[in-house]
Design a protein around this ligand. Structure first.
Ligand code: GRF
Length: 220
């Protein structure tokens, strides 16, 4: 609807493989996501996602806890680094650390995360393992706002994924990730075009869409 706006600038926080970053970039390239990635920031120098950023000519930065004496000083450094690139939105795509107060104070309500379960079920690490152990038949992924808790922020959108009889955690995680790769760019696009309005109480303001089922009822 509001695609006459400039693309929303995003900083992507990563720790690992970067398949969600790759999906985001593919969606941007094909015009399905009205955003541009202005920086990729990692807590791990060895994160494969950094290599992808370099290949794509996207500025990348490492803020490693190993470079800092304690957690508060790392929290502060991360906030300084993110603020330095001045993103409109911060996307956590496989960033495996909790966000501290300095970044939340600066970007609160503008940080989203993708998580491999249907929150509030199975927060924290090993969500696919938790789903297998609980013997659920349906799991999925969630894009949510980030607050100071562990995967407790407002749910923005979800996609359901079946759990197969013979799934182990790795097989389930792979299937969930395929859903993440569609959901995350769709949510970023909805935010970029104003269909999802962030803030203290996010609202869905967009037109009816084929994928409206992905938008959680509280936002409709
Ligand atoms: C994803 O499954 C995401 O839900 C979780 O970490 C994983 C990151 O994968 N938070 P990738 O690095 O994007 O491939």
């Amino acid at each position: 609807m509001l695609e006459s706006r400039p693309p929303t600038s995003i900083a992507v926080l990563v720790s690992g493989r970067g398949s969600n970053l790759r999906a985001l970039l593919a969606a941007i390239d094909s015009g399905r996501c009205h955003a541009r990635v202005i920086a990729v920031i990692s807590d791990r120098p060895a994160a494969a996602a950094l290599e992808l950023a370099r290949e794509r000519g996207i500025p990348s930065h490492v803020v490693s806890p190993k470079q800092h004496a304690d957690r508060p000083s790392w929290d502060a450094a991360l906030a300084v680094q993110v603020a330095a690139v001045e993103p409109e939105l911060v996307v956590m795509a496989g960033f495996m650390r909790l966000i501290g107060t300095p970044l939340l104070e600066r970007f609160g309500g503008k940080i989203i995360n993708v998580h491999p379960s249907l929150l509030p079920a199975f927060p924290g690490i090993d969500a696919p393992e938790q789903a297998i152990a609980a013997r659920v038949r349906i799991s999925g992924c969630t894009v949510h706002l980030v607050d100071s808790g562990v995967d407790t922020g407002t749910v923005l959108a979800q996609a359901a994924v079946p759990v197969q009889q013979d799934d182990d955690a790795a097989a389930l995680h792979l299937r969930i990730q395929a859903a993440e790769h569609a959901l995350l760019p769709a949510v970023v696009h909805a935010i970029a075009t104003g269909a999802i309005e962030l803030g203290e109480r996010p609202r869905y303001r967009g037109p009816a869409r084929d994928d409206a089922a992905l938008i959680s009822p509280p936002l409709l």
